[in-house]
Design a protein around this ligand. Structure first.
Ligand SMILES: [Fe+2]
Ligand SMILES: [Fe+2]
Length: 399
């Protein structure tokens, strides 16, 4: 998955949580090497050591297990439904593309040299701002361990044993395995291009996986699957747009790569939206309340805690470039919301509770409000400065 809509562009978020102090940069004299026993320093030193592995941004207070226990039964009863309706959206491994299908063949040095040279030639003229966005997309894909943890945090559908034969668990593992190819392929392609600072990128991946993500889905599969429906659509849009731009810049191979990844995301979107569609069918009140809840919180982007060791606002900077290039924009956010409202037939829901009707009105009235905010954000973007990105050797890119 990848996505980089900057929710703060629209409305400042009120964090009800504690504020983490900014972490000091790693300084060798104070840093406890992993090979040694835990620091036997003062309480302050131990706390500072811990902070190095925490996100630099505020994290919301955890709200846990908000789905009433009796609703876990809904997911148990949907086990057979999931087998028939969810697993069909997975592709058998033997029919899947693999990163190597798109990369120079290392087993033949002549062919490798030629294909490598062609790759460098194709990527030579691609502008820096495109690379900033592609790198951000790739890093977001590379944070896959967190997404699998996230799915396994959801009550009623988690993989209880890491080898569970429940359909929900099979889906989660196979989905993860499919996703794993996305970051892998983009990473290798970017590495071979020689256009980006791989060490800085690798550090950013390590930071991001180490930070975790603040999804706010409360172990609740209603919230979780609304989140993934939204995300998969967003990544489909984002990879689709990097494909178009790659073609415009003359790299048809990269266009093919991004397009191929986008089509995986589309298939995942279909699967996750089918789950929520089913929830709307059997529990419309619960589903609409969850939909409104996620939209009030805003869909927090997975790469929200992205950090390269230098730029405390890297997520906002990366999002701004993606917005400017039209790879993923506030308009897309509104479009996705409208699409989901339509797909889940939210306007036609009837027989809802009073709270359910309020949630329905809220969700249906939201897209025009987001669009108005988007226009204002675009005005602000016109005066944006250029800033250096470590991923491209500190060259400056306009936000
Ligand atoms: Fe992906
Ligand atoms: Fe996906």
């Amino acid at each position: 998955m990848s996505l980089k809509f900057d929710s703060i562009t629209f409305q400042s978020q009120k964090f009800t949580s504690f504020a983490l102090p900014l972490m000091p940069r790693l300084s060798s004299s104070k840093f406890c090497m992993a090979s040694k026993a835990p620091c036997s320093g003062t309480k302050d030193e131990v706390e500072n050591h811990k902070k190095r592995f925490m996100p630099r941004q505020k994290v919301h207070v955890e709200v846990k297990h908000t789905m009433p226990p009796q609703k876990i039964e809904i997911f148990k009863s949907l086990e057979e439904w999931a087998e028939n309706n969810l697993l069909i959206h997975l592709k058998p491994v033997e029919k899947c593309w693999q990163p190597q299908d798109f990369l120079p063949d290392p087993t033949s040095s002549d062919e490798f040299d030629e294909q490598f040279k062609e790759l460098r030639e194709r990527t030579k003229e691609i502008p820096d701002d495109y690379f900033v966005v592609l790198v951000g997309d790739m890093i977001t894909e590379e944070a896959l361990p967190t997404y699998q943890s996230f799915l396994n945090s959801l009550d009623g559908v988690r993989d209880e044993t890491c080898a569970s034969l429940a359909s929900w668990a099979i889906w989660t593992r196979a989905w993860t395995a499919e996703e794993n190819r996305h970051g892998d392929l983009l990473n290798k392609y970017l590495y071979l291009s020689g256009r980006v600072d791989m060490r800085q990128i690798e550090k950013t991946i390590q930071y991001l996986i180490g930070s975790g993500m603040d999804f706010r889905t409360e172990n609740n599969p209603y919230l979780g699957f609304i989140y993934t429906s939204f995300q998969e659509r967003a990544t489909f849009i984002s990879h689709g747009n990097t494909a178009k731009l790659a073609k415009d810049h003359g790299d048809t191979k990269l266009a093919q790569i991004c397009g191929t990844i986008a089509s995986d995301e589309k298939r995942h979107e279909t699967a996750y939206t089918r789950i929520v569609e089913k929830l709307f069918e059997i529990d419309p009140d619960g589903a609409i309340l969850a939909f409104a809840d996620m939209m009030r919180k805003k869909i927090t982007m997975p790469a929200q805690f992205i950090y390269d060791g230098l730029d405390d606002n890297l997520f906002h900077h990366f999002s701004a470039v993606a917005q400017r290039l039209g790879v993923y924009t506030a308009k897309d956010y509104a479009d996705i919301l409208e699409l989901l409202v339509e797909k889940w037939k939210v306007k036609e829901l009837c027989g809802l509770s009073a709270d359910g009707r309020k949630a329905q009105d809220y969700v249906c009235g939201l897209p025009p409000k987001i669009r108005r905010l988007e226009e204002r954000a675009q005005e602000r973007a016109k005066q944006a400065p250029s800033i250096p990105f470590s991923w491209i050797f500190d060259r400056k890119v306009k936000l």
